[in-house]
Design a protein around this ligand. Structure first.
Ligand SMILES: C[S@@+](CC[C@H](N)C(=O)[O-])C[C@H]1O[C@@H](n2cnc3c(N)ncnc32)[C@H](O)[C@@H]1O
Length: 491
């Protein structure tokens, strides 16, 4: 059996006959041949010339619909005028031969006959053009009606059949489009006896085949975005993001025209020694090279597991931490296609587990009473809620920190609810960036302010994977709430 394509009830695409458009074009050509035959039957030599010219027009015009309506006409007009010139030449040499005869009236009658030829040709052309336009319109109407009105989901057998054939990408693409259309007006457009879930399942399958994702990743994306937006997202991941340049203020002098505070009191000026930590030895080289290239001279590069860094630098030892956390990289698919297939539920869980440990270590290193700081910025290039909001929600629960605005006036607020999970309302201060919305890599950022250096008492059994259902408690009932048994969940 032929592959199920658009799965129309009576559409040609389903049963794989010759493509509809071609079939219609064939019919279209036949029709014209018949009419030309009728013209040929007239038998006059003038008409033979006319037919020949019309044949030329057909060849020009039949290339495509738009040729017929635009270039074809011009070409024909040029040929036509050219032909007229030739006739004039013949006409003048004839009149030369017949000097002294009533060449004037002869030429008048010739000119009359030419004119009627022109009129005939012009009329024939107009009629043909009108016919072709009508046929093209009709064809388009049929195609639209076919695509839109009779879309049905493939049967199990049709899907099995498809699975045994190479993927028919144009048909999968059309089916994706059709499903989005049906889901956008489900009540009116749904196929009898089907549920929304059936369309979503087919949609996920088709996205996986068309864009090359694994089920897991598409499954998560489907839960995060409405279907039409999801198409925009996966399409955006197919294209490279623009390269952005940023001024290196260490190398390029900036003129400060006005400042609310003395320049000497800005954090940038007052900043002393920076620690840059990287656990993986091979990456230390590029980290150090980058620092040199950028002209950063006040940095100590260290090589520790970030979870152990508190032991090295001490608790409450630094003013601020930027934790650019290791993550699944699900926001940078346009840079690394392998993410589409290799990221699994288990891997996201592993990342989230490490991120939760790293964020607690980062908070513990920061001094809440620092005059110029007390901040922790957490960022990932992941799209996953488990690696973003869930990590921050966990930190809010485990340490005395609160979310503050990131200072970015673009990006979407983080999720406060996702699936069955409920995060603290302040999670809306975090920011999500998407390729299809912001034309940048998928990215998440949160800014936390450490409120005190004390570590709240937490049930020792607090699992790193847990995500609190209720909102994070305020200062007065923090301990009590935290001591409450937590519902263990997996994101
Ligand atoms: C998102 S990247 C940070 C990139 C960095 N901002 C830069 O521009 O080079 C995360 C980094 O964390 C490192 N990493 C992974 N696990 C770590 C750990 N337990 N402790 C410290 N660093 C770790 C990875 O090797 C990776 O280089």
């Amino acid at each position: 059996m032929a592959p199920a394509a658009l799965n129309k009830t009576k559409g040609s695409k389903l049963q794989k006959p010759p493509p509809k458009k071609k079939a219609k074009n064939d019919i279209f050509t036949e029709k014209h041949l018949k009419e030309d035959d009728i013209l040929d039957d007239s038998g006059s030599s003038d008409e033979e010339v006319e037919d020949q010219e019309e044949f030329d027009i057909d060849e020009q015009g039949s290339a495509s619909g738009s040729d017929i309506l635009s270039d074809g006409d011009d070409t024909f007009t040029d040929d036509f005028l050219q032909g007229n010139d030739d006739e004039e030449k013949v006409s003048s040499s004839d009149s030369g031969k017949d000097s002294g005869s009533d060449s004037g009236s002869d030429s008048d009658s010739r000119s009359d006959s030419d004119e009627s030829d022109i009129e005939k040709k012009s009329r024939a052309l107009d009629e043909r053009k009108a016919r072709e336009e009508k046929d093209a319109e009709e064809e388009m109407r049929l195609n639209i009606a076919e695509e839109h009105d009779e879309f049905r989901l493939p049967t199990k057998e049709e899907l099995e059949d498809e699975a045994h054939r190479p993927p028919d990408l144009p048909n999968i693409q059309r089916r994706i489009r059709e499903i989005v259309r049906v889901l956008s007006n489900f009540k009116d457009l749904k196929q009898e006896g089907t549920r929304r879930k059936d369309y979503i399942e087919q949609f996920k399958m088709d996205l996986c085949s068309y864009y090359g994702y694994n089920d897991f990743l598409i499954g998560v994306f489907v839960e995060m975005f409405p279907v039409n937006e999801l198409i925009e997202l996966v399409e955006a991941f197919e294209k490279p993001r623009p390269i952005c340049l940023r001024t290196n203020t260490l190398k390029v002098g900036l003129v400060v025209y006005d400042s609310q505070v003395p320049i000497g009191a800005t954090p940038e000026y007052m900043a002393g020694i920076i620690y840059a930590n990287e656990m993986k030895v091979p990456r230390l080289k590029s980290l150090t090279a980058n620092l040199h290239r950028m002209g950063v001279t006040n940095t100590i590069v260290c090589n520790y597991d970030g979870r152990e860094l508190t032991k090295v630098l001490g608790h409450n030892a630094v003013d601020r931490v930027l934790l650019d956390a290791p993550c699944s990289g699900t926001g940078v698919i346009s840079k690394d296609e392998s993410v589409k297939t290799f990221k699994s539920f288990e891997e996201i869980q592993k990342c989230a587990h490490l991120q939760k440990q790293l964020i607690l270590a980062a908070i513990d290193m920061v001094d809440a009473s620092s005059k110029s700081g007390g901040y922790i910025v957490y960022s990932t290039c992941s799209m996953m809620v488990a690696e973003n909001e869930a990590v921050i929600n966990y930190a809010l629960k485990m340490r005395d920190v609160k979310l503050v605005p990131c200072g970015l006036d673009f990006g979407r607020p983080g999720f406060i609810r996702f699936r069955e999970h409920r995060f603290h309302p302040s999670l809306e201060k975090t920011r999500r960036f998407y390729p299809h919305v912001n034309n940048m890599d998928g990215f998440f950022v949160a800014k936390l302010k450490k409120m005190s250096n004390s570590i709240p008492t937490v049930a020792p059994s607090e699992p790193l994977e847990s995500v609190e259902q209720a909102s994070v408690p305020n200062e007065s009932n923090r301990e009590k709430k935290i001591a409450e048994p937590l519902k263990k969940q997996v994101l």
